[in-house]
Every structure is written in C-alpha cells, then in structure tokens.
Write a protein that binds this ligand. Structure first.
Ligand code: UDP
Length: 336
C-alpha cells in the first residue's frame, strides 16, 4: 500500500467536512483544510491539529502554493452550496460554485500529479426515483440545479480519469443528520432548512413551530419518507473510500444510506420522545420537488468499501443532535 500523505479537505469547516476531519484525525491522518468560511466554522476544527487555509478553491495562485507546500496525496471535496430551493432561483451561483470552481482545483491537481479525489455527491443526482431502494444503476435525471451541478461534476471526474488517470469515488449521500456523539461539534446552517434541526429548534422555542410539508403523499402516514444517514457514518465512509483509492480502486459511484426509511411523522414522534418536550406542529403544503420516498440501497458500499452504517436508528441521530443543541454551544458556533 502507498505511504500515507497529507489530505486536502475542501469545505472541511462545514457540517459533513468537519465531522470527517475529526474522524480522519482519529485515524492518524494529516490534514490541510481549505475553506472560504462563507458557511464553514473554524471552531468546528481543532486548530492545534489541522492547518486551516482560508480561501477559495477557484483561486488558482493560492491552490498552486498550497499544493507546492503540502503535496497532498488526495483531495476530499466537500465545499459546495446545498440549498435546493436557492439553486432553482439562482442557478448560476450553483454552477459557478459547485461546478466551475472545482475545475480550478482539478487543474491544479493535474499539474501537481495528485490523482485521488473523494467527492461529496448526492442522491439528488438521481432526481425523482423510478424505484426504491435506489442503487447506483438508478438513472440520473436531476430535477434541480443543485443536483445537476453535482451530476455534471461527476461527469467531469470521469473524463479526467479517462484523460489523465484521476481516480474518484462519488459518494452519493442520502439525508445527512445527527452529529458527533460528544455534542462538541454539530450542524449549524444559516438558514437552517433541514427537518431534524428544525424540529429541535421548535422544541427549544428558537422557532415557533415545525411545519410538516405535505400529509397527502402516497405513504403509510401521508408524509415523506427519507433515509437518514448519521454524519459520523458518512465520515467513516470517506475513510473507507480513501483506503479503496489507496489500494488502487477505480473511479466509481457509491450510495451512502442505511437502507431504511422513516417518515416525517415518525421523526417528529421520536424527537418528542427524545426531548421530552411538546413540539408545536403546523401542517403546510407539499414543498416543491420533494419525492414521496427516497431510500438508499447501500449494498455496493458494503461490497466495494466494506462500509455499513452503524447508527441505523434515527433516534440516535436525534439524541446526538439534541446534545449539541442543548450543550455549551446551544447548537451555534460563534458568528464573526
Ligand atoms: N420537511 C418538513 N418540514 C421542514 C423541513 C423538512 O416537513 O421544516 C420534510 C421535507 O419535505 C422532506 C423531509 O422533511 O420530506 C426531509 O427534508 P430535509 O430538508 O431535511 O432534507 P431533503 O430531503 O430536502 O434533503
């Protein structure tokens, strides 16, 4: 096996990036984080153990210096915008940040001979499911610019493999949730749109209520079903993907989920039990673009990466997120 080198983590100060950095440090990896801190939080990283370079991946001169100094062996690429609704109203922002900016990163990798790439992709590259659970052969027909920007970058990565031997794993996440069980780092988006943190914000009174988006879906209780994957499980999958590439693995997509789906109502009931609070609920219309059911077939992750989710029950995700929300930071990093 090749010797371990430095890892470059773009977007390493963000939610999934910072949890992955924490996991990789526990595995003894050496890490440089590149983050423009638009959405990232430096406090999510242990400053004594990680070099944080504040800057943008579209800054070619900065990247050249960074690659010359640190000679990264592989890149884990998290930096991206991820608000589906905003991507519909401002598509160019998404294509610029999620597609064009990484081209500069890839050009730098090519120049410096760095040929391993782990890409934060998404089940949104599939679009509306034609069957569930969804495996990697499911047709890719994204229904919004966010999903399209990720899908297009997958295509770019395949072409780079063909042209100059870049090896990439496209990790297609389902619904990331939870946080480190310590509650020391967590999810802090502004604005926060995701179901579990919003339910917990309603539980603390930070928002007046949680609105359920649609109760007339063709599901047993009428609300949408999603496959919630714990962020620490995602972090572990990145380490496995790195092993896979280090062992000479070929470019390939891998879905990351548990294989089990839970409805919005089930998540709400679990959150009420975990928090012991009355959670104010309102019933709203369907949110545009939400398919009734998204469930991952995680078989390939097991066979190819040797990875399987450990936190299969979303109760643990909610418990950990509640610890973060009610801990010293109250679910928020300092604002600059
Ligand atoms: N959802 C909801 N109320 C909210 C936020 C989300 O009912 O305030 C629903 C949403 O319609 C979807 C599920 O919860 O069915 C998960 O949504 P989230 O935004 O967390 O993730 P997504 O599935 O969009 O990636």
């Amino acid at each position: 096996m090749a010797e371990k080198g430095t890892l470059l983590v773009t977007g390493g100060a963000g939610y999934i990036g910072s949890h992955t950095v924490r996991h990789l440090l526990e595995m003894g990896e050496k890490i440089v984080v590149l983050d423009n801190l638009v959405f990232g939080h430096p406090e999510a990283l242990p400053s004594d153990r990680v070099s944080l370079v504040e800057g943008d991946m579209s800054d070619a001169a900065l990247l050249d210096r960074l690659f010359a100094e640190h000679k990264p062996e592989a890149v884990l690429h998290f930096a991206a915008f991820a608000y589906v609704g905003e991507s519909v109203t401002d598509p160019l922002k998404y294509y610029r940040n999620n597609l064009a900016a990484p081209l500069v990163l890839l050009e730098t990798m090519q120049r410096h001979g760095c040929r391993r790439f782990i890409f934060s992709s998404t089940c949104a590259t599939y679009g509306n499911p034609v069957k569930v659970p969804m495996n990697e052969e499911h047709p890719q027909a994204p229904v919004n610019p966010y999903g399209a920007s990720k899908w297009m970058l997958e295509r770019v990565l395949k072409d780079c493999d063909h042209a100059w031997g870049l090896k990439a794993v496209f990790l297609r996440y389902f619904n990331a949730s939870g946080c480190d069980p310590s509650g020391e780092i967590g999810e802090d988006h502004d604005p926060e749109t995701h179901l579990i943190p919003r339910i917990l914000m309603a539980a603390t009174g930070e928002i007046p209520e949680i609105s359920i988006f649609g109760t007339d879906y063709p599901t047993p209780d009428g609300t949408c079903i999603r496959d919630y994957i714990h962020v620490c499980d995602l972090a572990a999958a990145h380490a496995k993907a790195l092993d896979y590439l280090r062992q000479g693995g070929d470019t390939t997509p891998v879905n990351l989920g548990t294989g089990r789906g839970f409805s919005v109502k089930e998540i709400l009931e679990t959150a009420a039990a975990v928090t012991g609070r009355q959670i104010p609920i309102s019933y709203g219309p369907r949110r545009e673009g939400d398919p009734p059911e998204l469930i991952c077939d995680p078989a390939k992750a097991k066979t190819v990466l040797g990875w399987e989710a450990q936190f299969k029950d979303p109760r643990s995700h909610i418990e950990h997120a509640w610890r973060w929300m009610t801990g010293t930071r109250q679910g928020r990093y300092p604002r600059s």
